[in-house]
Design a protein around this ligand. Sequence first.
Ligand SMILES: [Zn+2]
Length: 463
Amino acid sequence: MVVYWLYNITGEEFLLDLGDLIHRQTFDYTHAFLNTDLLSTTGSIHCVNLAQGIKAPLIYFQHHPEQKYLDATKKGFADIRKFNGMAHGLYGGDEALHGNDPTQGSELCSAVEMMFSLESILEITGDAGYADMLEKVAFNALPTQASDDFMTRQYFQQANQVMMTRHQRNFDVNHGGTDLCMGLLTGYPCCTSNMHQGWPKFVQNLWYATADKGIAALAYSASEANIDLPGGVRVAVKEETSYPFEETIRFTVNPTAKAVFPFHLRIPAWCKKGAIKVNGKRWLEPEGNQIVKLTREWEKGDIVELTLPMHIFKSTWAENSISVERGPLTYALKIGETSKLVKNDKDPVDYGASYTEIRPTTPWNYGLILTPDSKLEEQYKWEVVKPFSHYPWNPENAPSRIKTRARRIPSWGLYNEMAGPVPYSVTYQLETEDKEEDIVLIPYGCTNLRISQFPVIRKKQDF
Ligand SMILES: [Zn+2]
């Protein structure tokens, strides 16, 4: 990657030979994704190596633009989803790759390295699907693993996480049992040095200059950018939004002189139909899963308003468990919690002088009630609960919630200080409590404790 970066600056031919040599001498991800069972085999590869290496085929594609490199990356991501995927956008990898049980760990380094890989892939391919995946990790997996002040972080997270305590769990590697605790050095120090690349690199990849001499906004967040176009025009753009907590994104385009150029915008796959207005006039109503292009003469103060209507949908995971999603956000059970700062006299050099444990104070063993897609909006009532704050990523500040009804499953209890095996959905006559209860789901990224992959149960009258 760095060799091609330098080649693009200097044009030195020997760098292309060096790129080929490095490619030949390093692990062949293209072959592994296309022709081996690497991604369906537990323990086959280190989780962070995979997050870094998934971009290797497309980095090489820059010099050797062959279809197999595009195919390898697509198949790699599809197999990660199929065999190891979880509702937070990443995969089971608690050191080694570890399948899709929602209590397997996902490392903070995997989140930030996967984001950087997706950003690199997006820049090369311009494929909207990779931006959807990037936002999934950025707005779900990433924020849960750092404390609000960014002074402590969590080494592994679980999609179903009901106890963040010091305990040896069913991970490939346990680090004194500290992996789920919030701390400076819990788990292993890599995440402490790596965590800082997540948000800044995401911000760096919100905007691109394009090959067709225009500009592109491919992932969305409030931002400002100055982009130099060939021909000497500089475009200052301002993006105002509370996305992913709101559907509308407002861009102000300020070129230094009137100029004709394309402005590319991504319409995510989860969006059925977007709406684009330019200076208040309807311009386009594009379907989801594409990048649209507004080509016109731009002048100072032009306003583009992009609306991406969000709706409730569900995804299916291990044991037919489901996650409830809306736009780029996964929603997870809000669990009452109590936290305790633990002074670590036992092994402070390895795992830090202190760490925080979090335990649940309310039940979590709920099954969602089987609902056809056509009734999801009725059964899952989404609402705004508080104005968007500058730091929405904790349970208290969650800007939105979903209310629904669920029944508890008595046989689904704690196992080894984590949620026991998730009951298979939809099992005929699974024993549940008779009483339906109101439960609240909040955005995954705002939770500490959570269930995000729920078992699904039938209504009593369906038996
Ligand atoms: Zn790490």
